[in-house]
Design a protein around this ligand. Structure first.
Ligand SMILES: Nc1ncnc2c1ncn2[C@@H]1O[C@H](COP(=O)(O)OP(=O)(O)OP(=O)(O)O)[C@@H](O)[C@H]1O
Ligand SMILES: O=c1ccn([C@@H]2O[C@H](COP(=O)(O)O)[C@@H](O)[C@H]2O)c(=O)[nH]1
Ligand SMILES: [Mg+2]
Length: 243
């Protein structure tokens, strides 16, 4: 089973770490993890059984477009691991690490945290997961993010979801989210929207040109939106949704 093989491959990983003392995996190590896991796996995972790299879906959209909400529904229905880049950064921000203050300032200002930091957090989360299907929510935020991810991790997304939502609706949702986020205020939202247009959208355009983008109209009830998302993931899942 995957759990078992993942445990076995974890025995291999410390060796890699000794050879490469820097925490981040290089491309070879990353691929090797998934090759090892595949060889050891006896589970019949349908279209996934021949893969030697993780299945990655980037989930993009403006602030408040509903990425996190839909990711939770997809993860639950299709057994994906949901990695929100923003959540990983918020955790790092309060962890007393050396980058805490810089991350706090970037989030407060709606700015993009340096790629290496975000990618290290994403990579660590993938590495420590027993899963091989990941939703990466809110990343890449710029072409520079995207290029750095491809260079460091060495994999391309299998699909890209883009939640399209009118600006007034995004602003309304963010301002009524009420989760105590330091960026859920009108000043920061305006800055985030600007960053969305100038830096996030080029990433969507890049993957559109590669035929990887699935645009979803993000206006409607949660279930209405999920019904548009569901077929995209059902196509990749042997088991189909659990509900
Ligand atoms: N379809 C919807 N209709 C109305 N409200 C929604 C819908 N989807 C999500 N929301 C609400 O809008 C707010 C923002 O949603 P969510 O956190 O999922 O957005 P996001 O795209 O992850 O935003 P961010 O980029 O700021 O993290 C939340 O309070 C959520 O409950
Ligand atoms: O890849 C990323 C993702 C996020 N950030 C910073 O975090 C905030 C909030 O992100 P959400 O995805 O909306 O939770 C974002 O405005 C950026 O400041 C980042 O730098 N890089
Ligand atoms: Mg979110």
């Amino acid at each position: 089973m995957w759990r078992c093989s993942s445990f076995l491959s974890s025995l291999v990983r410390p060796l890699n770490r000794r050879i490469h003392p820097q925490l981040a995996w290089n491309r070879f190590e990353f691929a090797q993890h998934f090759v090892t896991t595949e060889i050891l796996s006896t589970a019949n995972e349908g279209v996934f059984s021949k893969r030697t790299s993780p299945f990655i879906a980037f989930v993009l959209g403006g602030p408040g477009s509903g990425k996190g909400t839909q990711c939770m529904m997809i993860a639950d229905a299709f057994k994906f691991t949901h990695l929100s880049a923003g959540d990983l950064l918020r955790k790092e921000m309060v962890s007393d690490g050396e980058n805490g203050a810089m991350i706090r300032n970037s989030i407060k200002e709606g700015k993009i945290v340096p790629s290496e930091i975000t990618i290290r957090l994403i990579q660590k989360a993938i590495e420590s997961s027993e899963n091989y299907k990941f939703l990466i929510d809110g990343f890449p935020r710029s072409d520079e993010n995207r290029i750095a991810f491809e260079r460091i991790v060495g994999v391309e997304p299998d699909l890209v979801l883009f939640f399209e939502c009118p600006e007034e609706e995004m602003i309304k949702r963010v301002l009524s989210r009420n989760q105590g986020r330091i960026d859920d205020n009108i000043e920061t939202v305006k800055k985030r929207l600007q960053v969305f247009h100038t830096l996030n959208l080029p990433v969507v355009n890049y993957y559109s040109r590669k035929g990887k983008v699935h645009k979803i109209n993000a206006v409607g009830t949660l279930d209405e939106i999920f019904e548009k998302v569901r077929p995209l993931f059902a196509a990749f899942s042997k088991d189909g949704p659990r509900n």
